[in-house]
Structures are given as structure tokens and as C-alpha cells.
Design a protein around this ligand. Structure first.
Ligand SMILES: *[C@@H]1O[C@H](CO)[C@@H](O)[C@H](O)[C@H]1NC(C)=O
Ligand SMILES: *[C@@H]1O[C@H](CO)[C@@H](O)[C@H](O)[C@H]1NC(C)=O
Ligand SMILES: *[C@@H]1O[C@H](CO)[C@@H](O)[C@H](O)[C@H]1NC(C)=O
Ligand SMILES: *[C@@H]1O[C@H](CO)[C@@H](O)[C@H](O)[C@H]1NC(C)=O
Length: 329
């Protein structure tokens, strides 16, 4: 990295603190294309985690190290870390997504950015996708998800014997996965999707059946918003035994022993949520990385942040053949 560029970044970092995006007139103009300020990044953590966790903060530090000057925002359901952790198990996801939307739209810097980037860990990945589909204000440019359950889970997590929040949550299941009581209170039940109970899922799922547009009525906004992404980057952990099935990270359906790839599914061929359109525009990336659920290396994180995050004008876009003339589209 040239020293000059580095100085500029330090400078823009200072600007960010005083609100580089604070002028609404500056929003979504051509000027932004030449702006070196990295887009802000929002991070949504996974089940059993909380927004103040040191491990999560380390990820935020990597984002800032790779693209100096990046504002990082950690999505939370409560300012108190224990309550935020408990909300990864309990609550109605419709309300959770709405809260994330409200908080992001009200944030003084995020709300005036021309776009934001987003990274979701495990269930935080499908929740950020719901943010894009339902709100997208400010709009997401690149959404990266690690080991997320985009096509749901067919088994519930086993809790450690001393994990009382988890055990308390799972005790709720006694009421039955599909009861309104459980669907409005137990977070993982809202993305439980077993192909052998598909009718019950379609009827009762409080979250996944809706955001995947699996019911007869297809919300066109959901589709348009996914298609508007510049990048949707899906990572699957090759040795994941925590999220069942692990292929859910790629929107694949596991039916018995058969794995149906995304591109062979109706969700894709009928383009229920814009994935096919995004794919044809070159915006869908699927990558497998070694290891168990969430065993992430700094190397993978660094490379991902360098490739998909940063200033509005991505380095990646610069490499495209110029004769296409589609620049930043
Ligand atoms: C479709 O989703 C958008 C975004 O959440 C929402 O505003 C709209 O009401 C939905 N449309 C219908 C018909 O439910
Ligand atoms: C979840 O909350 C939404 C909005 O508050 C509500 O419409 C819906 O009925 C709730 N879901 C269940 C299963 O109670
Ligand atoms: C697999 O999917 C097909 C078609 O959706 C269905 O008919 C069949 O029963 C499923 N098999 C299992 C084991 O769920
Ligand atoms: C990740 O990037 C940061 C900042 O550029 C650097 O300090 C760190 O050594 C990198 N780590 C790896 C494993 O590449």
C-alpha cells in the first residue's frame, strides 16, 4: 500500500468521526464514486453470542485494519450484553428484524451512508438477509454470511449441560415446534425447516417461509432487494456439525440423503427471492472453507474484507474489462 494512500485513509478516518456521511446532500451522488472512505460495516452475531463479545470485537478490528477508517456497528437487541445474548434464543424474529432496521436507520452515520456492507455469523446471516429484503435502508452493497442457515435447520442444537439459557430455550419446544407459542418465542424454531414436515412449515413458520418467499404469495420487494445487492457471499464450513444441515449455508436442500443444489431448486429457477438474477449479474459467490462451525481464520476474514468491503468503488470492479462499460453496476 502506497504511503500516500495510507495518509488519505487516516484523514478520512478522522472525517468519519465527525460524520463524513452526515451531509444528506452528499448521498448517492457521483461524488461518492471517487470517495475513498470505506462504507460502514454492520455485524450480526450468532446464537449464544452477544454484541460486546471480545471475539466479535476482534473481527471488527480486522475490518478496520483491512480498510482503515471503516465505521463498524454491532447489531444488538439490547444494550445490556446478557439481554442481547438471551435474545439470540428468545423472541419473535419479526420484532428482532424490525428493531435492527429501526436502529440502523436511526444511526447518525449509517443512515447517511450511500450504502453499507454487512457480515452475519451463523443465524445472524439469515437475519441480515431479512434486513435487506424487508428494509434495506440504508441499502446493503455486499452481504457476507458465514455458516448461516438460509434454508433452515432440520435439527435443534444440543445445549451444554450448564448452558441454562440454551436449555431454558429448548425446554420451550415441549409446546411443539409449530405451535404459535413456540414460533413467537423460540428463535431457532422460526428457521426450523424439515422437508418431511413441509406443509406444517409452510403453515406455521414465523420467519423462514416468509423471507424465502415459499408461500404462494411472493413479495416482490424481497426479490428486488436481493437482486440489488452487489455481492452475496455465502461461506459454508466443510466440517460443520453444529448447523444441520451445513448445506443450508448455500441454500441447498437436504432431502434424506439427497442434496439438491440451489441452482436445481424452484427457489432459484422461479427466482422467488432474486438469487437467479443476482447470480446472472455475477453477484452470487459460494465458498467452502475447512473446519467446524465458525472456526474462522483471520486470513479468510482479511481476504473477504479486502475483496468485498471498503470504498464504494470496489477494487474488484476496477478489474472488470472496461469495454463492458458497466462500471459499478
Ligand atoms: C412486502 O415486503 C415489504 C418490505 O417488508 C413490505 O413493506 C410490504 O408490505 C410487503 N408486501 C406485502 C403485500 O405483504
Ligand atoms: C410475531 O410478531 C409479529 C409482529 O409483532 C406478529 O404479527 C406475529 O403474529 C408474531 N408471530 C407469532 C407467531 O405470534
Ligand atoms: C424428497 O423430496 C421429494 C420431492 O420434493 C419428496 O417427494 C420425497 O418424499 C422427499 N424424500 C424425503 C426422504 O423426504
Ligand atoms: C489481517 O490483516 C491485518 C491488517 O492488514 C494484519 O495486521 C494481519 O496480520 C492480517 N492477518 C492475517 C492472518 O493475514
Amino acid at each position: 500500500m502506497a504511503p500516500q494512500r495510507h495518509l488519505k485513509q487516516l484523514f478520512t478516518a478522522g472525517l468519519l468521526l465527525t460524520g463524513a456521511f452526515a451531509n444528506p446532500l452528499h448521498k448517492r451522488t457521483d461524488d461518492d464514486e471517487d470517495d475513498d472512505t470505506p462504507l460502514p460495516v454492520v455485524i450480526w452475531h450468532g446464537l449464544g453470542d452477544n454484541y460486546a463479545n471480545q471475539g466479535l470485537r476482534t473481527v471488527g478490528e480486522l475490518v478496520e485494519a483491512v480498510n482503515p477508517g471503516t465505521l463498524v456497528y454491532y447489531i444488538r437487541m439490547a444494550d445490556d450484553a446478557n439481554s442481547d445474548q438471551s435474545a439470540t434464543f428468545f423472541g419473535n424474529l419479526t420484532d428482532h428484524i424490525a428493531k435492527a432496521c429501526t436502529d440502523i436507520a436511526a444511526h447518525p452515520i449509517l443512515s447517511t451512508a450511500p450504502a453499507i456492507d454487512a457480515v452475519g455469523f451463523s443465524q445472524g446471516g439469515q437475519f441480515l438477509r431479512a434486513y435487506v429484503q424487508r428494509c434495506n435502508n440504508p441499502p446493503v452493497r455486499s452481504l457476507v454470511t458465514f455458516g448461516s442457515q438460509h434454508n433452515g435447520i432440520t435439527a435443534f442444537k444440543e445445549c451444554a449441560t450448564t448452558d441454562w439459557i440454551c436449555r431454558g430455550a429448548m425446554a420451550l419446544l415441549k409446546g411443539g415446534t409449530w405451535s404459535n407459542f413456540v414460533q413467537s418465542r423460540l428463535v431457532p424454531a422460526q428457521y426450523f425447516r424439515d422437508p418431511t414436515q413441509y406443509d406444517k412449515y409452510l403453515e406455521h413458520s414465523n420467519f423462514l417461509a416468509d423471507i424465502n418467499n415459499e408461500r404462494p404469495f411472493k413479495n416482490q420487494t424481497y426479490k428486488e432487494n436481493i437482486a440489488k445487492l452487489k455481492n452475496l457471499v455465502l461461506y459454508m464450513f466443510a466440517d460443520d456439525t453444529t448447523a444441520v444441515p451445513k448445506e443450508s449455508a448455500f441454500f441447498e436442500e437436504v432431502n434424506g440423503t439427497e442434496i439438491i443444489p440451489l441452482r436445481a431448486r424452484k427457489l432459484y429457477s422461479e427466482d422467488w427471492i432474486g438469487l437467479r438474477e443476482l447470480d446472472r449479474a455475477g453477484g452470487l459467490t459460494m465458498r467452502t472453507i475447512p473446519g467446524e462451525h465458525m472456526r474462522l481464520t483471520d486470513k479468510v476474514l482479511n481476504e473477504t474484507f479486502a475483496e468485498f468491503f471498503g470504498p464504494l468503488k470496489l477494487k474488484k470492479a476496477d478489474k472488470r474489462p472496461t469495454h463492458l462499460g458497466d462500471g459499478d453496476l
